[in-house]
Write a protein that binds this ligand. Structure first.
Ligand SMILES: NC(=O)c1ccc[n+]([C@@H]2O[C@H](COP(=O)([O-])OP(=O)(O)OC[C@H]3O[C@@H](n4cnc5c(N)ncnc54)[C@H](OP(=O)(O)O)[C@@H]3O)[C@@H](O)[C@H]2O)c1
Length: 303
């Protein structure tokens, strides 16, 4: 089979012929029809991820495809989705809903869980609360807008450029701003932050009393030091989310949240946004698009 192999940090991807995976007991062979690019793949490529793989490595944690009998499935895996075939534990296979495309399936489970788990299990969430979403047109951000709306929140979207704001409004944001133009006096109950860095720091000051900041990622730079005094004094909290570890230590939570998300998708209250599709051979261009901050929704590779 062919796979997009990353030989080393910062190296170009190489499309190589490699051995087909041979599924062990309890695993199934999946023909990958679409692999989602997650920002963590970019962080690994640039040597900025805390758990670096051994190189050469095949990246990719989100996929949709077909079993040998043609059953359509989705899955999140530890690595290896940028390939024509993967071996996946049967317990991690989720049926791809009828009518959904493979590209949508490749941008669903991990991306939506990352928004859904904190908003349903970590923050105190009541109808009509105001949720500010950073990087709101991105993969996790576009999921967070839809999930927060489905839970009854009023959503304010923020993104890095004006071109992204229309999509945020289409997904249900009541207001949308580029970061620099967020009103100084804006105060919210929840902030969903996949960006980190200075935006994270500014978000602490935007929380209303009893508000919660959800720390998801650091696409824009590492988190600043945060002293408990900054939280105590404001009566606010920070919640961290790391779906990979939750999958290992609380698989029942992941399974229940996945079922709930599938119901929301089937009732059309949420839907993955596919911003661009690239053949596997053009993985370099696909990564460049994500790194350029010009992508919206999920960028998907098609082997
Ligand atoms: N905790 C978890 O379990 C978990 C799971 C999945 C993903 N994540 C994290 O969630 C974040 C979003 O992931 P995603 O795959 O959905 O990515 P994405 O949002 O589609 O892309 C990243 C976005 O971050 C923003 N950004 C801000 N500064 C940036 C910079 N210096 N370089 C590149 N992008 C920058 C950009 O949006 P703007 O231009 O609008 O700012 C960009 O579109 C990432 O940090 C990822 O690592 C965490």
């Amino acid at each position: 089979m062919r796979a997009a192999v990353l030989p080393a940090v910062d190296a170009p991807f190489e499309l190589r012929e490699v051995d087909d995976p041979v599924p062990a007991d309890g695993k199934a062979l999946v023909r990958v029809r679409a692999a989602g690019i997650n920002f963590l793949d970019v962080l690994i490529r640039r040597g900025r991820y805390p758990q670096m793989p051994e190189f050469p490595a095949v990246l990719g944690v989100e996929l949709a495809g077909e079993l040998e009998d043609g059953t359509r499935v989705m899955s999140m895996i530890p690595a290896g989705a940028y390939a024509e075939l993967v071996s996946v534990p049967r317990a991690s296979l989720v049926p791809l809903p009828d009518g959904a495309t493979f590209a949508e399936g490749a941008g669903f489970i991990l991306t939506f869980l990352t928004a859904y788990v904190p908003l349903t299990r970590q923050v105190r969430f009541e109808e009509a609360q105001t949720v500010l979403v950073h990087a709101a047109a991105g993969g996790v951000g576009s999921a967070a807008i839809q999930v927060a709306r489905a839970l009854g929140a009023r959503v304010i979207a923020a993104a890095g450029s004006a071109e992204k704001l229309e999509l945020c409004r289409e997904l249900g944001a009541a207001e949308a701003y580029v970061y620099d133009e967020l009103p100084d006096d804006l105060r919210v109950d929840v902030v969903v932050d996949p960006v980190g860095g200075e935006l994270f720091e500014a978000a602490v000051a935007r929380l209303r009393p009893l508000g919660q900041l959800v720390a998801i990622g650091y696409a824009g730079g590492l988190w600043p030091e945060l002293q408990p005094a900054q939280l105590v004094g404001r009566n606010v909290g920070v919640q961290g989310v790391y779906i990979g570890r939750l999958l290992r230590h609380a698989p029942d939570v992941i399974a229940a949240a996945t079922r709930e998300l599938l119901e929301l998708w089937s009732s059309r209250r949420i839907r993955p946004v596919v911003g661009a599709e690239f053949p596997l051979a053009e993985v370099e261009d696909a990564h460049a698009l994500v790194e350029s901050r010009r992508s919206v929704g999920k960028v998907v590779l098609v082997p």
